[in-house]
Design a protein around this ligand. Structure first.
Ligand SMILES: *Cc1c(COP(=O)(O)O)cnc(C)c1O
Length: 263
């Protein structure tokens, strides 16, 4: 099903066309959004081999998202001759934080102070800094990483201690469901939480950005205020395996049909 919707992009012209199409859909959704936000498109290149990523870079992709740190680090090395920068968008174990500190310019899945501490120490040592988003679990599914909404305020209050981390906003993955009301509710929950926290956020903690929405739901996310959308398959082509394969924890049978079912 996804394969028919999202053919594999195999030339610069394919990428030009897919990017133009996604950008047009973003612009239309933005025109419907009551929030008047700017929207940044973050192309997600996970599982895509280096040769095809080069075509996407030629078509103008300047920053790419990857959800697995080791895969991202490997691609960073092999594409060091290109101007592309890397955003890590997937859950991070503390023992891999040093890899992220080495190469990433952005990390969108911060959900633990241990990871914040390790990243900060490694970044300070390297003389680098990193844009971060706090990941929030807005669907209350066990299979999703991220802080519960009620934990975010206390968490954010600790972040000014880590001066190499530049806090930009919040990130979420909506529930995997064909019921658009339930998907939209996840996005609205992230926006509402951000609006509440903005008032109490400590100095230096920016909560301007909302990273939410992927190939199957980015228009809904933009209508609910997304300022960053993370789009893989609609640009690169369908992945062979459904989305739940790429998140390390098993999904809940019955509640989580996986990415293919949403398309
Ligand atoms: C893979 C991934 C995306 C993009 O999903 P697509 O279906 O390819 O658009 C977005 N966010 C995260 C965290 C991902 O792992």
């Amino acid at each position: 099903m996804g394969g028919l919707m999202y053919p594999t992009a195999a030339s610069v012209a394919d990428f030009d066309r897919n990017l133009a199409h996604v950008r047009a859909r973003i612009e239309q959704a933005r025109a419907r959004s009551p929030f008047g936000q700017d929207v940044r498109l973050l192309p997600v290149s996970k599982t895509v081999p280096e040769e095809r990523i080069r075509l996407a870079i030629e078509a103008g992709c300047g920053q790419l998202g990857e959800n697995k740190v080791q895969e991202a680090h490997r691609k960073w090395r092999s594409l060091a001759d290109t101007p592309v920068s890397w955003s890590v968008i997937g859950h991070l174990q503390t023992n891999k934080a040093k890899l992220v500190a080495e190469f990433a310019t952005e990390f969108q899945a911060l959900d633990s102070l241990r990871v914040a501490e390790t990243l900060d120490r490694r970044l300070q040592a390297a003389g680098r800094s990193l844009d971060v988003f706090v990941q929030v679990n807005t669907s209350a599914e066990d299979s999703k990483f991220g802080l519960a909404p009620g934990e975010v305020e206390a968490f954010v209050r600790q972040l000014p201690s880590y001066s190499a981390l530049r806090v930009r906003g919040l990130m979420t993955l909506a529930i995997f469901s064909t019921d658009t009301d339930r998907v939209r509710a996840c996005f609205a929950r992230l926006r509402t939480l951000r609006d509440q926290l903005r008032q109490s956020a400590p100095d230096g903690v920016g909560l301007d950005e909302l990273s939410m929405g992927m190939s199957g739901d980015f228009e809904l996310a933009i209508e609910e205020g997304a300022s960053v959308v993370r789009v893989g398959q609609a640009i690169f082509g369908a992945r062979a395996l459904p989305n739940d394969h790429y998140w390390p924890e098993p999904t809940n049978p019955g509640t989580s049909p996986g990415g293919a079912a949403r398309i």
